[in-house]
Design a protein around this ligand. Structure first.
Ligand SMILES: Cc1ncc(COP(=O)(O)O)c(C=O)c1O
Length: 496
């Protein structure tokens, strides 16, 4: 009998990745994240684990009628840490959510919303570039500036579901949910906080988005990385590393629960993972029971003609959490994004937000909703194509400047999307002093590659340049200075 089912601790033991079961969601052959043995099937293990955690964390306590006051752990419990399982819904926030959908007859005399008469605005307006002007007054103004349910403005939440169905294949909403966040980073960091424990391992593509690397650093997380190469991400390397970890009998090696990936226009390398490779990676995630964190703020900025297929759209096992963002298409300072994924995971993030930001900005949500309604889906697609073309032109201009000034001094791949040129400096083993000291003296600022490395303390010859904003005349000046800087650095290095 599974020891946990009897209320005992798991013994240290070995585990093996499951053979892919082609049908059925979440039919894990074992619960792999701890080296548990003795259970006939992982389904049993998982259910036992759920009962155990529910008992242990008091989740079987009484619920108020019609009000969700308990966390509902299900088949994603094994991706959650103890902190996440301790989360309980906020009664206030849950009541507010209920009120938003209650009958008009309900008089809610408990809510603490400031009265609209006391706010300094009589209207809020904005104008789109095509001249369309939107004015929020009356009840629209109240919605735009007062508190909202944590999941978001109900109309926007509905719109986001439509968005997902349209761009990521119709989703089974019985299993999934969506929540408005303050940008993709907000949801991402909360899912990391839901899952990681000190010393956990996490699978990433190398180089990795600095926001993720910094986020997992306090957990002393071990990054298991697969490299981007000429023909894409090295999935063989990824699988080999995972197989080695699974086959290792060492207690020190933790089996990873999470695969983080920034698939379109990877920040910083500019690579786009092909649909075919995504399928391979998804297979690996299923085989090694990984929760896939698909961080895709540049989804509309991949320079290929067709929109890519997302991991979420191929997710038959409900193991993908997708983070979307309006930052790169409507403005980063709006802090507007959303997260879509397994219901239970969205719920954990919702409960986290209930006690952190309460909800993403109401005004921002109202603005974004208005833009989407104004554009319609076809208009939105045309709009994003123009944004993509804008950056594609700038990419070409920057690459031409790199060809002109950096040939022989550095090497790079032409970015397949996004905003960045990822450059490997030749003859300089570590660019840190070059960038942080000597570069500043030459009036050129760049990002040292260390920020995107699994181990930022190691020497790194990469730099990240951006073509998103700086006028091309200034980019040209910077490239000239960079060329001089590299030559000087190479001379210093040759004297070492
Ligand atoms: C890969 C990646 N993820 C997340 C973010 C953060 O996006 P947001 O503004 O939506 O939080 C960025 C921003 O640069 C990014 O490059």
């Amino acid at each position: 009998m599974c020891p946990l089912a009897a209320g005992g601790d798991w013994p240290a033991a070995s585990a093996e990745p499951r053979k892919r079961v082609p049908s059925g969601r979440g039919t894990y052959s074992r619960d792999p994240h701890s080296r548990r043995e003795g259970c006939r099937s992982s389904f049993q293990a998982l259910r036992a684990h759920q009962r155990f955690t529910m008992r242990k964390f008091g989740l079987l306590s009484k619920a108020l009628p019609k009000l969700q006051t308990k966390n509902v752990p299900g088949e994603h419990t094994s991706f959650m840490n103890e902190l996440a399982l301790e989360r309980k819904p906020s009664i206030l926030r849950e009541l507010m959510k209920n009120h938003a959908t209650a009958s008009k007859n309900v008089v809610f005399i408990g809510e603490g919303l400031p009265h609209p008469e006391t706010i300094p605005f009589s209207e809020v307006s904005f104008t789109l570039k095509d001249g369309t002007k939107k004015v929020f007054t009356g009840s629209e103004l109240v919605t735009a500036i007062n508190y909202l349910p944590t999941q978001g403005n109900p109309k926007l939440v509905q719109k986001l579901r439509e968005f997902m169905d349209r761009f990521h294949a119709p989703l089974r909403w019985e299993d999934r949910d969506v929540i408005a966040t303050a940008g993709s980073q907000d949801g991402l960091s909360k899912v990391i906080e839901m899952s990681l424990q000190k010393g956990d391992a996490i699978v990433v593509a190398d180089p990795v988005y600095s926001g993720l690397a910094s986020n997992v650093r306090p957990y002393k997380a071990q990054l298991i990385s697969a490299q981007y190469r000429k023909n894409g991400l090295d999935t063989v390397e990824m699988k080999d590393k995972l197989t080695a970890i699974w086959s290792s009998r060492s207690k020190d090696v933790k089996i990873p629960k999470i695969l983080y990936i920034n698939p379109v226009a990877n920040n910083p390398s500019g690579h786009v993972i092909s649909d075919e490779q995504k399928r391979e990676i998804y297979e690996i995630a299923c085989e090694f029971n990984l929760l896939v964190l698909e961080d895709d703020p540049y989804y509309f900025l991949g320079f290929q003609d067709e929109l890519p297929k997302s991991f979420l759209s191929m997710d038959t096992e409900n193991r993908v959490v997708r983070f979307d963002s309006f930052s790169k298409i409507f403005g980063g300072g709006l802090r507007a994004g959303w997260m879509t994924g397994p219901k239970e995971i969205v719920r954990i993030v919702e409960m986290h937000m209930q006690v952190s930001v309460l909800h993403a900005s109401s005004l921002t949500q109202a603005i974004v909703l208005q833009i989407l309604e104004e554009q319609g889906w076809d208009g939105f697609l045309d709009y994003t194509k123009n944004v993509k073309e804008f950056y594609r032109k700038r990419r070409d201009q920057m690459v031409a400047l790199a060809d002109k000034y950096l040939t022989g001094l550095a090497e790079w791949d032409v970015p397949e999307g996004g905003m960045f040129l990822w450059v490997k400096v030749k003859g300089v083993s570590d660019v840190l002093a070059m960038v942080m000291e000597r570069g500043l003296k030459k009036d050129v600022m760049l990002i040292p590659g260390h920020a995107f490395m699994s181990d930022p303390t190691k020497p790194c010859p990469y730099i990240r340049l951006s073509y998103s904003l700086v006028p091309m005349e200034d980019v040209e000046k910077a490239m000239q200075r960079l060329a001089e800087l590299i030559k000087e650095e190479q001379a210093i290095e040759s004297q070492k």
